[in-house]
Design a protein around this ligand. Sequence first.
Ligand SMILES: [Mn+2]
Length: 285
Amino acid sequence: MATFYCRSAFISDVHLGTPDCKAAYLLDFLRQLRCEKLYLVGDIIDLEALAKRAWWHADHGAVIAEVLAMARRGVEVTYIPGNHDAPMRAFAGQDFAGVRIALDAVHDGIDGRRYHVSHGDEFDSEHIGRSWILLLGEALHRFICWSNRRVHAVRQRMALPYLPLSIIVKSHIGKALAYIRAYEQRVASDARERGFDGHICGHIHFGHLREIDGVLYLNDGDWVEHCTALIEDHTGAMELIHWSEQPAALGRASRELVLPSPAAALAMAPLACRQRDLAELRPAA
Ligand SMILES: [Mn+2]
């Protein structure tokens, strides 16, 4: 089994306890990961969903066991609860089997950069949260464009005027993207005001790495659709990676150079996640 070395790893929005969680990919990632620090940046166990429906899978338990095994091996594990595991916030300051619970954290990069780490729901004024709704918008958009063409052909034959379905839908997607941009701005300004070099968060299920007026906005994404993690290598460079059968680098921020995550790569990620049978990844017992 290949080993993936880095200094720190940040994951969030895993949503254990929901069928949406891509636990097999995460398990594969964690088993190959050799890091000094692991940050669980919220919405790890979806207590909100579990309260409504008791659903669990063996892989989800294996993810928890793997995290505990990492803590036992000496990895410094910090769990920052999010809005879907908010009850865990009551345990801030405590330690569970080597996993430290905290409301937020400060991460000191090995290159001297300092980051504020939090789940990020505090910046979400509209409580959009799971932005797969937004990403679903893209698939919906493609479908609408396709059906728009069909509807238009039929309407033409019936001599009816053109009905711009895609324009109606597009205006909503544009609004969603504008919301994401505004969210990123809010996060970055907060980091700037607090005197940090950047902010590491999750919450909106939109992994992204960008520099906003000299401050780094680092969103580690999710394990529901995109299967992404933020990692710090041994030079202090931060990298957003996608993990499935074909791991891919989506963006990188070193002290000298910031290469933002290409939107195209992110759009491809959910497809890559679904393409092959998850069972193939499960290691033989
Ligand atoms: Mn959240």
